[in-house]
Write a protein that binds this ligand. Sequence first.
Ligand code: NAD
Ligand code: UDP
Length: 312
Amino acid sequence: MMDRKKILVTGGAGFIGSHLCQKLLDQGHEIICVDNLFTGSKQNIEPLLDNNRFEFIRHDVTFPLSLEIDQIYNLACPASPLHYQHDPVQTIKTSVHGAINMLELAKRTSARILQASTSEVYGDPTVHPQPESYVGSVNPIGPRACYDEGKRAAETLFFDYHRQHEIDIRVVRIFNTYGPKMAMNDGRVVSNFIIQALNNKPITLFGDGKQTRSFCYVDDLVDGLINMMNQNKIVGPVNIGNPEEITIFELANEIIELTDSNSDISFNSLPKDDPMQRQPDIQLARKILQWEPLVYRYDGLKKTIDYFSTKI
Ligand code: NAD
Ligand code: UDP
């Protein structure tokens, strides 16, 4: 077994965070999960609560926190447009004040800290697929800016703390991720379509469905995060995602087929600033982390559908 570490996971009761806590527990570490339960839930971490190496603290990362830890995964931040646009000021505060508070904690404890950044730093990209060197195309005053610019500012803070205070940082840019434990009311495309299809309700396609995304199964993503944290070659940013690109129209049809649903597709207006295309260039992750996604969309969607079938 590797050295047992004390690891803080902020946003640990959320979709990705709860999978990450589980995996780190399986590896034998001690986990402190910090979450204000805005979009996460106690249900996500309920199976972990019996483990005496797991501790949950209800706390908002926009306020300082004092703990003794070896590593920090900073995931706290609502990720779905529906939720991050609900209280945009709190969203940007979570990214910016949250980053400062966690970086200060890393500084005091000499912990290594990994930031969960996002493909949204590329905005509506004009370079395709997106390599880490692409600086992005983000509207700073649009409805997605509270999230996109918050995450961009958090990256800036990470690199400034690294240069100015020699904080041991890692930065990953996560592309669209899906899987069990996504919140029912999350509003993201995979959960929305699966729930609608299982209920034989219309599939709410936004726009003409020609926009693309590239979907990564959560187990692959979590492996990528842990690989990035535990290597000493680069601080990042490194893209983590599945390069298999699909239009949202194709995704709707795949989910209808996999659920054997009678749902029709209903066409709705496209939200403002919705990116037209998104596909990670993962050459760096392949080379440095020896990481690449292993789960095919067909298998990942099946597992996610099985999960939601037990919830509705
Ligand atoms: P999620 O909404 O399920 O999880 C976010 C968690 O952070 C929730 O448990 C929420 O309650 C918590 N949180 C929010 N604000 C907080 C605050 N102020 N203080 C403490 N906790 C707070 O989303 P997710 O999909 O699990 O995303 C996790 C991280 O990964 C986020 O930082 C997100 O930006 C990033 N990310 C996710 C995706 C994706 O496709 N899922 C893509 C890119 C980046
Ligand atoms: N989308 C859709 N119907 C929905 C939810 C989302 O057509 O019910 C579209 C959305 O407009 C976007 C894509 O699916 O083009 C992915 O949306 P999501 O919110 O999951 O992630 P993001 O836009 O942040 O990549």
